[in-house]
Design a protein around this ligand. Structure first.
Ligand code: MTE
Length: 334
């Protein structure tokens, strides 16, 4: 089913391949800023988040200071596809710890306490340890990347994320030879997350990737979106974005990254094995048992005459990631 890549010498994409070159060139200046210098101080201080949030006033968590004043935080960003409005991206969410309705996370996630925050690296690595969020932020240069995110439910968004490739962190902690998978464990705190304890899912929400998927440069460890720190409902203070997989693989509010030998059980796979497999690659040719995955509705484009879009193989990232699945039966490994 998978069309083998014509380019056996596949190279990992650069950020210039992830977004159109023109947009990338335009943003270079900004990315440089994000990478350090003047921005360094602002980015480095996660504690400054609360202060920024207060300055911003209401629901928006505050700009990553470097971008304060830049128009919508995505100066010069141009993409072939229109960006989803910030409002839609931050009010139409799945974050079951805060409720199962799309509006629940925006309504309820203000109770999530994101400072202090630690991410623990454990399992089959030579350098396990605990990273405070400031250390994680400083670990590599932040980039803005515009990614499509396609939910298994049949809707999609186009979001400018801010973060860096998870591979940067993985290289730093040096996985042992026996590490084959990476497990992402997210916060499950009954005191601040009203639905933890409900029986909708087996908490904590856990996700997993094969090590090579986790190492792929498209896999993003994200701290922000639209040039601002992540709103709580989008997975503050740190989440994953795996753009060629259904949205549920993008674990929010991560507290542990564990390197393991065996394929880990994941939240949705445990909840409904026949419906949600481990791989969960966006694939228009493999239907969900209860609905087709061939088309999608772009959030913000709904209206009487809005046409559904065709869902693209690997969500449009086939050239970059197809090779990871060469020879695999994607109907079996859904
Ligand atoms: N992470 C946690 N911890 N809990 C969740 O319920 N939902 C997933 C994923 N990550 C979820 C999660 C699902 S189903 C989707 S579609 C995406 O987050 C939604 O991300 P967004 O709200 O930023 O669009």
């Amino acid at each position: 089913m998978l069309i083998p890549s014509r380019n056996p010498g596949f190279n990992h994409p650069h950020s210039s391949d992830i977004t159109p070159r023109a947009a990338y060139e335009d943003r270079r200046q900004m990315l440089k800023l994000l990478a350090g210098g003047a921005a360094g101080a602002a980015l480095a201080s996660w504690a400054g988040r609360e202060a920024m949030a207060q300055q911003a006033g209401a629901a928006r968590p505050g700009k990553l200071a470097v971008l304060a004043g830049a128009k919508s935080g995505v100066a010069g960003a141009a993409t072939m596809e229109k960006l989803t409005d910030y409002k839609d991206a931050s009010t139409y969410n799945n974050f079951y710890e805060f409720g199962t309705d799309k509006a629940d996370p925006a309504r309820n996630a203000h109770t999530l306490k994101t400072t202090p925050w630690t991410v623990e690296i454990e399992g089959l690595v030579k350098k396990p340890g605990k990273y405070g969020i400031d250390d994680l932020l400083k670990l590599s240069a932040q980039e803005e990347r515009i990614y499509r995110l396609r939910c298994v439910e049949g809707w999609s968004m186009v979001i400018p994320w801010v973060g860096y490739s998870l591979a940067e962190l993985i290289k730093r902690v040096e996985p042992q030879g026996s590490a084959k998978y990476v497990e992402f464990v997210t916060l499950a705190d009954k005191a601040t997350m009203p639905y933890v304890g409900s029986r909708v899912l087996d908490w904590p929400y856990v996700e997993g990737l094969r090590l090579d998927e986790a190492m792929h440069p498209l896999t993003l460890l994200a701290f922000g979106m639209y040039g601002e720190v992540l709103p709580n409902q989008n997975g503050a203070p740190v989440r994953l974005v795996v753009p060629w997989k259904y949205g549920f693989k993008s674990a929010k509010s991560i507290v542990k990254i564990r390197f393991v030998e065996k394929e880990p059980g994941t939240a949705w796979n445990k909840a409904a094995k026949q419906e949600y497999g481990f791989y969960s690659n966006v694939n228009p040719e493999v239907d969900h048992p209860r609905w087709s995955q061939a088309t999608e509705r772009r959030i913000g484009e709904d209206g009487l005459f809005a046409k559904k879009r065709k869902t693209l193989m690997f969500n449009g990232y086939e050239a970059q990631v197809g090779q990871l699945y060469a020879g695999m039966d994607l109907k079996k490994f859904y």
